[in-house]
Unconditional design. Structure first.
Length: 140
């Protein structure tokens, strides 16, 4: 087998050292610095993002507090309006109930009636304070 031939060991070891050294130098000089720059850039970006997130979070909390305060003030104002409207409606209902109750107790007034028995075949009944009908004309 050619791999175990002692006469080719020196050539194999030499080329292995040359190729390994070249790859090692390429990784150390090109790849590792690029990775290091990417990691540092990502860390800075994360720090900026975290700072922005803190600012937005504080702004969000301030907005929520403002909303909660405005909601509480509006609810209190609406409750005041409803309470006032309820009191007015209750007062109006009591007044109406009182006027209806007083109307039931008041005596009923009857207009005086006059009967005219003239020579016609029909008797005419009139009252003093009965208003004339609107919209219909009598045939007289």
């Amino acid at each position: 087998m050619p791999q175990l031939d002692v006469s080719t060991y020196l050539g194999q070891v030499t080329w292995f050292a040359v190729v390994f050294t070249r790859f090692y130098l390429a990784v150390v000089t090109d790849v590792l610095p690029a990775l290091n720059r990417a990691v540092k850039m990502r860390a800075k970006k994360l720090d900026r993002t975290r700072g922005d997130a803190r600012q937005f979070d504080s702004a969000r909390r301030a907005a929520e507090d403002g909303y909660d305060h405005a909601s509480a003030v509006t609810s209190k104002h609406a409750l005041g309006i409803l309470t006032h409207a309820r009191a007015r409606a209750t007062s109006a209902a009591r007044k109406r109930r009182g006027s209806i109750h007083n109307a039931k107790r008041a005596p009923v007034r009857v207009a005086p009636v006059a009967v005219n028995l003239s020579s016609t075949s029909h008797a005419a009944v009139t009252t003093d304070k009965v208003p004339a009908r609107k919209g219909k004309k009598s045939k007289s």
